[in-house]
Design a binder for this molecule. Structure first.
Ligand code: TRP
Length: 462
């Protein structure tokens, strides 16, 4: 293990908050949350999601920051250091995280590439001249165009590498300080626009008036799984970001602030999208195509739609970039800490490897590679890696992190990390209860459902 020379640190507390919020706010908030809320009946889903963030998301988030700050190390080395007390070595949890980082960024970058593509398409007045059918078909054409997908994937990876190459303060923090305020600003502008639309009232009601009859038990699990994804939990991204924090910070308060910001962005994004959709006669159950198929149609029909479309897709690009940075940082920091590599070397090598692993995802709609993948495995390559990461790696990583922190971490270190700098010390025993019992049981049930051992809808047969 390499000795920790002088480790990089965040320049300020705000810098850390913006960077971690940047990691959390991503495609999960802008693309996934709106459509799963639409599919799961609105208000009741939002309510359950909020509960999941509070009782599982925040406690696990806090656990990850604690592990990072206590060890001042990225996940593999962090678990190495903390395992002394427990006799078994938990560094495999770190390795699962590093592996997940490779996989997630490799396809996340392809989706982010679509957003780059749509930004350019909006600028080139593309939508003005096409019929609604043509616009939504354009997405299918894009999906099937391997070369274009590889091109945008490369552009996104270059941007990500460019930022992380600059280091913590000079790269990730600097860019988060620029992109996050822009992102929040754009969101507020779009929100004011959405408020002027007729569909706003209906959207508001759809989101905030829970209709219990629409509740499906599997929706509960979906909400829980999404709470993990949206807070970037389960693979050590937050451990890594926490490792650049100083001992002074109040981790409890900071974690709550970040989770609240992330949730606010998801809800405001939904309050921007749904009024547009309702007002123009579409339904919110459009699924994953909501962002890239339905929305451009609407942009093409409203006055000023081109501008709205440009700023909207830029918003998506910024959000994806600040998340991509955190994924690349986990992987790079691992080799910096473990093998003593320089940052530049680590970032260039890892960025290139991830670019290469992403190529099959970028080509997967075109059939240019692994032509028979879908015939053999049932879903195409892109969907396979997404499924592998979101349904297996992250929940299992999250489960192990919760179990480790709750049951195996040295008690004094754990208590110390929680208490230093916080005025919420009284909360420790509640947090410990959540991390020991509630989080592991909840995640374990998700895992069972995801792998098909149980079917919660049948179990409760509502
Ligand atoms: N949280 C991001 C989103 O909502 C995605 C993400 C970034 C992520 N880093 C992660 C998910 C680490 C899991 C683990 O889009």
């Amino acid at each position: 293990m390499a000795v920790n020379q002088t480790r990089e640190q965040w320049g300020s507390k705000l810098g850390f908050i913006l960077a971690a919020t940047g990691s959390a706010v991503g495609l999960g908030n802008l693309w996934k949350f709106p459509y799963i809320t639409g599919e799961n009946g609105g208000g009741i889903f939002v309510l359950i999601y909020l509960v999941c963030i509070a009782v599982v998301g925040i406690p696990v988030f806090l656990a990850e920051v604690m592990i990072g700050r206590a060890t001042q190390s990225s996940p593999v080395v962090a678990f190495d250091k903390l395992s002394n007390a427990s006799k078994t070595n938990w560094n495999f949890v770190g390795w699962i995280g590093v592996f997940s980082g490779f996989i997630i960024l490799s396809y996340y970058s392809v989706v982010a590439g679509w957003a780059l593509n749509y930004t350019l398409m909006s600028i080139s007045h593309f939508f003005d001249t096409l019929s609604p059918d043509k616009i939504s078909q354009t997405f299918d054409v894009l999906y099937a165009s391997g070369d274009i997908n590889v091109f945008w994937h490369a552009v996104f990876m270059l941007l990500t590498v460019g930022v992380v190459y600059g280091g913590i303060k000079g790269g990730i923090e600097k860019w988060s300080r620029i992109l996050m305020p822009l992102l929040l600003g754009i969101l507020v502008v779009l929100f004011f626009y959405a408020m002027t639309l007729d569909g706003f009232g209906r959207s508001f009601k759809f989101l905030f008036y829970p209709d219990v009859s629409k509740l499906k038990p599997s929706g509960v699990l979906e909400a829980l799984g999404h709470a993990f994804f949206t807070l970037s939990l389960g693979m050590g991204a937050i451990i890594t970001y926490g490792s650049y924090l100083s001992k002074k910070e109040d981790l409890v308060k900071t974690s709550v602030i970040i989770a609240v910001l992330d949730t606010a962005v998801a809800i405001i994004a939904t309050l921007v999208l749904f009024p547009i959709i309702f007002t123009f006669g579409y339904e919110p159950q459009a699924g994953p195509g909501l962002l890239f198929k339905t929305l451009p149609i609407i942009f093409s029909q409203i006055p000023g739609g081109m501008i709205l479309s440009i700023i909207f897709f830029l918003l998506v690009v910024f959000a994806a970039l600040t998340s991509g940075m955190s994924l690349l940082e986990v992987v790079s920091a691992n080799f910096i800490d473990l093998l003593g590599w320089g940052r530049k070397k680590a970032v260039l090598i890892m960025g290139s490897i991830i670019f290469i692993i992403g190529i099959p995802s970028a080509l997967s709609g075109s059939g240019a590679i692994f032509k028979n993948w879908e015939v053999i495995y049932g879903i195409n390559f892109f969907d396979t890696v997404d499924y592998l990461a979101s349904n297996w790696l992250l929940p299992i990583g999250g489960l192990l992190i919760a179990v480790f922190t709750g049951w195996f971490m040295d008690r004094r270190v754990r208590e110390n990390e929680f208490m230093t700098g916080t005025s919420f010390g009284r909360g420790y025993k509640y947090w410990l209860f959540l991390i020991r019992f509630v989080a592991p049981v909840a995640v374990f049930i998700i895992v069972l459902q995801r792998v098909g051992f149980i079917n919660i809808d049948k179990l409760f047969s509502w």
